[in-house]
Write a protein that binds this ligand. Structure first.
Ligand code: ADP
Ligand code: NI
Length: 195
């Protein structure tokens, strides 16, 4: 039954994000799900069903993409697969607690929230984070030099805000890759000054 609901959640997001490309497409939600499973393996106490659904659905009411109130998309889906109201409330509350901009500096209270927040943040850093950032900058028609600022405003801060041990471990590697990349980028952008 639980496997079937997770399969339905995959189908639901495939359809919902079918016109979105770049940083916020369905592939992002699927990677967050995979990251969440990796972290959850190291956190045996967690409720894997809640982690799975929250990871897959965490952006279905993102205000940048949808004009919904009170997690309307997530609720409609979770009701359609007949989850009970308590569980629906719990998953929605968890998803509302993980957004970076809405909860600056506030950590999720539940283990499941911590896992999904880390999983989402991992997808914002490392090689994939670099790719998403420039895709976003391109979409907004910003030059590379302006887009780079986002690394200093947000992405380089994420490593120290991870909640779980496994999240921290993966973040260290991805963080270093961004540091190395920015160093190289800076060298290449200012090549004429050193020649
Ligand atoms: P999510 O909702 O998945 O946590 P965001 O909506 O904050 O992520 O951002 C989606 C992607 O766009 C991320 O990879 C993020 O780094 C990138 N992004 C967000 N804001 C900017 C910005 N001002 N400049 C460049 N990239 C950005
Ligand atoms: Ni996300």
């Amino acid at each position: 039954m639980k496997d079937k609901i997770i399969k339905c959640a995959f189908n639901y997001i495939e359809d919902l994000f079918k016109n979105d490309f770049g940083g916020h497409d369905v592939e992002h939600s699927k990677r967050v799900y995979q990251n969440a499973l990796l972290i959850a393996k190291c956190e045996p106490e967690c409720d894997l069903f809640v982690v799975s659904l929250a990871a897959l659905l965490h952006d279905v009411d993102d205000h940048k993409l949808f004009h919904t109130e009170n997690n309307a998309n997530a609720r409609a889906f979770l009701e359609s697969v007949q989850l009970d109201q308590n569980q629906i409330d719990r998953i929605c509350e968890l998803m509302n607690g993980i957004s970076f901009s809405k909860n600056r500096g506030v950590r999720p209270e539940t283990l499941e929230g911590k896992i999904v927040q880390d999983a989402d943040r991992l997808d914002a850093i490392g090689a994939i984070g670099i790719a998403r950032t420039f895709a976003f900058g391109g979409e907004r028609k910003r030059p590379l030099s302006a887009t780079v600022q986002h690394f200093y405003d947000k992405l380089l801060l994420l490593k120290d805000e991870m909640n779980t041990a496994e999240g921290k471990r993966i973040a260290e590697h991805r963080h270093q890759l961004m540091v190395d990349f920015l160093q190289e980028l800076n060298n290449e952008m200012h090549i004429n000054e050193t020649e």
